[in-house]
Every structure is written in structure tokens, then in C-alpha cells.
Design a protein around this ligand. Sequence first.
Ligand code: PRX
Length: 629
Amino acid sequence: MSENELSGEVYYPSKQIVKKAHAKCEKIYEEASTNLEEFWAKEAKNLHWFKKWTKTLDDSNKPFYKWFVGGKTNIAYNCLDVHCETFRRNKIAMIWEGENGDLRALSYFAMKRETCRFANVLKSLGVKKGDRVTIYMGRIPELAIAMLACARIGAIHSVVYGGFSVEALHERLEDSQSKVLIVADGAYQRGKIVELKKIADEALQRAATVESVLVVKRTGHGVNMEAGRDMWYHELMNLPIANNSCSVEIMDAEDPLFLLYTSGTTGKPKAILHTHGGYMVGTYTTLKYVFDIHEEDRYWCAADPGWITGHSYIVYGPMLNGATSFLYEGAPTHPYPNRWWQMIEKYGINILYTAPTAIRGLMRYGDAWPNRHNLSSLRMLGTVGEPINPEAWRWYHKVIGKEKCPIMDTWWQTETGMFMITPMPCTPLKPGSGTKPFPGLVMDIVDEDGNSVKPNEEGYLVIKTPWPAMLRTIYNDPDRYVNQYWSRFPGMYLTGDSARRDEDGYFWVIGRVDDVIKVSGYRLGTAEIESALVSHPAVAEAAAIGLPHDVKGNAIHTYVILRSGFVGSDKLIEELRQHVGHEVGPIAKPETIEIVDSLPKTRSGKIMRRVLKAKALGHDPGNLSTLEE
Ligand code: PRX
């Protein structure tokens, strides 16, 4: 179909963008759809393998797919050592600015040195290949160094987002059976200190497996150090053991690289497992083509390394590409709402990748803040995490991108590891659509029976081809992996999202169809919020739902039944909000808590959240035949 025939509001990329692009679009789509395995094998050859793979894709035991079978590599080696053999040795790998104005820049050489030193520290504490290490910090370079150090020695990292709190951290420590916790004393956020070590101390009282706690001094505000368990990172790094060279562990392509917990439909968060080989090839390739990273670029993904976006596109993807990545510690509006725009000008950022909630949040302050700054270095923009409303898209495009920067609306998940639905630099854009699947991927929208729906009809978003960065399993729970993702429609990966496809084949993601709530792009399960509420002595039962919110996308609304003897009051409601914040994290604090006498349930006792949601929105609750009362 020629470009002119596209329907609706369409933005065409400029000739300069298309000409500069690594991805020669038609060729790449054609190559990948003609031979998916060959496409990925060709990309994999751009990376270093200690031993080449014998089979690109092994699908003999579906859905336990394997990629680059027999290949030996190490993602951290590809992120650092490989570049240190070239001119990139002196190139800046990471530029960091703290919220309080602290600055650091690390070359690839320095990043490798720090990683090796810390890897030696971990080894001296007895950390071996396959051991789990939990990392809980704000956005500071040590977070990336700790991840890369684990990867270098074959340990499995499990990063817990610094915005999570006591119970969320405890659950993740316990489930991963981590021996070591790497934590910062605190983090600066909105001019205040988030006391990470204090939260960790409380979580550690509930978790038994952790033997050593390594504390990075960021805020220096004074923390409790437990003798025999807690050690300062900077002191360890000054010991002779922390020397600059550390041999790299040769990893099988399918060896685990990390666990990242994410919310699911029911119960506790699940540990998504990614591997060294496939994840490496997937993140390297997608970042290179989609954001069209060039040697001279300064790239900024403003997500948090504690979420998959940060794993794939702050740490691994950029470093595999030898890019210069910018990391900022704090809040976008601190001390003023021009902080981001100021830093784009100051560092000459070329590529900015963020979330709709941040765009909407900054848009509220008006155009004058960005207009005070020279943003002409920007060439590409990106968004991720939730659907972007066209109004925010247009503002981002016009006021930030000055109508010259394409917006890469990338749809993907913790589970997919890499971009799945995304434009390429050559793709005509429509505000609010991620456009089409990445080359070679087959995705579809299906009805209840798994049949493709007609254009513009809503249905379940599914993936029909394997991809290298796909999750391999849920750690220690392969049955849940199969049930959760591969059982609803045989042979198809269930994303949990609903979507439609327009007459041009463009995908429009609508939102989650399960009990996952996206709050400011962060993924939370209703179950986590409900169990935090129920862990308060006043609460007998609780239900959480997500309702639309202008800036956050969705906000959490909850209903609670009190235990007998407790009386509802504003004070109690505030106490419950704080309790959820303390257990799960500030992002999980409910917008509203309504005290009720009963909750709508099915005869088997399951809370019917869709009924609560329909009632709150004033919609028809639909079929109520399974409602008990
Ligand atoms: O609902 C989709 C939404 O985020 C979910 C995945 O969340 P998480 O695993 O935390 O990963 C987020 C960052 C990759 C998806 O199931 N989502 C993500 N990107 C988009 C999106 N929804 C619409 N448009 C997007 N670009």
C-alpha cells in the first residue's frame, strides 16, 4: 500500500531521518519475514561468541523455546570488553546527574574497571554462577555496575525497583532466595531522601536467606549497619581483592541472566527469567534499528533501571551498541518543571525515551518551560508503558520534537524483553498507535475462540512467532509459565492486553484485560494491593480496581470490608493508604478507599472487579449470572 493511502492522522518521517537510518526498512521487513532465523542469526553475528551456536532456534519442546543453542557468550563481555578493544575504550558509556546536581561520567574503560572490581568483591563473598543477587537502589551508576558485575560472573541479578517498599522487597528476596543484597543508603527524590537501607532492614527481618548486605553510600544520611552482615561498598572496593581484572564466566546462550518480578493476574509477583544469549541479541538489534543509535549520539531513556525498560534500554541495549547513555537520578520537576529540558540542552541529548505519564505530567506545566531551552539536539523521541493519548503525542511531537522527531511508540512487556510492536525510523506514524510488529514477528488480535478479528474489532493481543528475547520461564514455576501465557490459545503467546488493528494494519493497544493495573506506566497487580490492605489488622476483605486518571493513565481505587470492632473514619482511611505505601511502595497507594459492607462475588467466592469498575464508571455491569448476591 502506498503511503498516501493511509487513513486518519498520519505523520511521515523526514527524508533525513530515513536516509540516516541503519534500518533499510523494506529490506529488513522482507528479510525477517522470509527467514526469521536467518535474520536473527545475522544480527547475532555482530556480537561476540566464545563458541558459535549450532542451531538458531530450537522449538522442539514448545513453549520452552531455545535460541542460539550451543552458543557460548557473556552479555557483560559484549557490553564492555568488546568496546575496550576499540576506540570506544575512551567513549563515555554513561553520563550521570544526581538530583542534587552531582555529576559523573564513566568511559567504557572505567565502566569495565568498576564492573571487574565489583565482580571480584562479589566473588570474594562466595557468589558463584547461578547464585541470585538482589539489587535495590535509586538511579545511580552503581546499579548498572552491580548488574554487569553479576552478569560477568554468571550470577543472576534480581533488581527490585527503588520505589517498592518493605513487603515487595521481602517477597522478592525470599522467592529468589538471594544470598546477597546490594542496596543504597538512600536516594534523592523531589529534594527528599528515600531511606532505602531502612526499608531493606525491615524487609530483611522477614527474609532469612540473605547473608551479606553491601551498602552504596549515596546520601550519607546515616544508616544502621549490622555487624557481620552489612558492609560498605566503597570500603570493599578499596580492598586489594577488588582488583581491576576479573575473568569472565563463559555462559551458555540459555543460561539465566536475570530475574525480574512483575505483577500477574493472581497471587504473588512472578519472576520472569531472561537469558544471556537471546536477550542480548534481541535488545541489541531492536535498539539499534528502532532508535537508530549512531556513534555520536547521546541517548536518554528516562525509565528506571528497576523495570524492564531500564534493564533492556538503559543498561544492556545501549551498552551492547557501544552508545553513550544518560542517567538522571531524580524527579522530572525538581526543583522546577524544566529539569528535563535543561538537561537535554546541557548534555545535547539526541534521543529521549520516556512514558506517556511523564509527558502528560510535564505538559500540565505549559509550553513555556520547554520553550526556554534549546532542544534542537533531539532527533528521535520514544514512548512506552501504556497507550499514549493523541493529545499528549501531539504535544510531545510539536513542543518537544519541534515536528522533526519521529515518536517511537514501543509496545512490549517485561516478558518480551524487547520491543515487539514499534515503528521504525521510516514508518509513517499515527498518534496513539505503535504501528506494526518488529520485522519478522507475527502478532494478531483474536476473539474468544482464537480466531483473528476483523479490522477495527477489539480482541486479545497475541504473539504467534517466537523471538530471541522472550522470557524462558517463570523462575521455579514452569507450570505457571505454560498456564499463564500459552494455554488460553494453543500455539499463541497471550499478552494480557486487548487491542484492535485498523484498516492499514496498524495496531492500537487498548489496555490490560486482566487484573493488572498500569499506574503511571508501572505495573501493579490488584492482588498485591489487596493483600497489603488485608495485612492491616482493621481489614477483613479488600478489592482493588483501576479507573482512568488524567496524568497517571490509571489510578487505584479500593473497597474494604472492616473487621468487626473497627469503625471507618478519615483517620483510618489515611492509615490504610500509608500502610499500602509502606508494604508495596508509594506508587501503590490507593487514590480512594471506600468502606463497604459487602463485595460483589461469584458463587465460588471470587471478587468480580469488573462489576465494581462498571459501577464506579456508571456503566452497565453486563452479565451478572455468576454473581452470588
Ligand atoms: O499493557 C501493556 C503496557 O504495558 C504492559 C507491560 O508492562 P511491563 O511488563 O511493566 O512493561 C512495560 C515496559 C515495557 C503491556 O502489557 N504497554 C507497554 N508499552 C505500551 C503499552 N501499552 C500501550 N502502548 C505501549 N507502547
